[in-house]
Design a binder for this molecule. Sequence first.
Ligand code: UDP
Length: 324
Amino acid sequence: MANYLITGGAGFIGSHLAERLLADGHHVTALDNLSSGSMDNITHLMGLPHFTFLRHDVMEVEVLAEQVATADAVYHLAATVGVFNIIKSPVETIGNNIDGTEAVLRAASLRKTKVLLTSTSEVYGKSDKASFGEDDDLVLGPTSKGRWSYAASKIIDEFLALAYWREFQVPTVVVRLFNTIGPRQTGEYGMVVPRFIRQALRDEDVTVFGGGEQTRSFTDVSDVVEWLVRLVDCDAAVGQVLNLGNPKEITISGLADRIIEMAGSASRVSHIPYTEAYEDGFEDIARRLPDIAKVVALTGYSPMVPLDESLRRIHAWCAQRVEA
Ligand code: UDP
């Protein structure tokens, strides 16, 4: 039995991870300031003997130090996420992501506690490679375009994690998540799947931004959690950067059609120009497909949940919460 600290433990991915680690018989402390996380995600865990929830920010260094000191490993998931957030509050995004990660790494350096840092496929930026490998160049747009600040902040986080390993021997693992989806993900910050499913449930227009030919590769949260659980025990993963994604891609228009059909919805697709959806001069990413050979070799695990099954699970979850 191990003792895990999850920053962002009341968030979408953090709460699924907490649930799984508890089911495996571990102790879990979830630290979350509830800025985008929610008590609804963890009510079912409250009261379990091996679960502790602490409503604190990772920047509260004393609380953080105390929790890291007693943890066998830290999953650092706390971050400002979502394209809407990044465009609306770039100062907060940059600050939270860099300062939060540094605070966690500094606390971990006292006892060389293992830290698993969640980064993002966004760091690949607008690379036009068919599929993204961890050692590929990262291709960002200019600093005048706010979107790239998120990738830049996560790139600094990655550099920090790798530097703490090389310089101070803090065992760190960096994972780049590719569009993870599942129940409890909110559409509030722009994420496409929960937005489309809610729109379909309400028979509202499904809002495809831009032409809809852009593609994404969606990974079910249960597959991501399986990898996170395996990687924390994997010595060979220390000091590595790993893509976690499902190498099946779909266009956003194709996704809209599939969701409307699955939901048996009367919704229609409406195309919204990027300038209206986000801001003037917004640059979208045309294609984003992971090469996952590295994580598959290290963990022996490949994603199991097909997109249709994921969408069904999310639809079922949303249907209980959305008034049709
Ligand atoms: N998107 C869309 N309609 C929405 C929300 C998002 O067409 O209501 C598009 C968005 O422009 C992007 C894709 O869906 O091309 C994925 O967007 P998301 O914000 O979920 O993830 P990211 O852009 O970070 O991959």
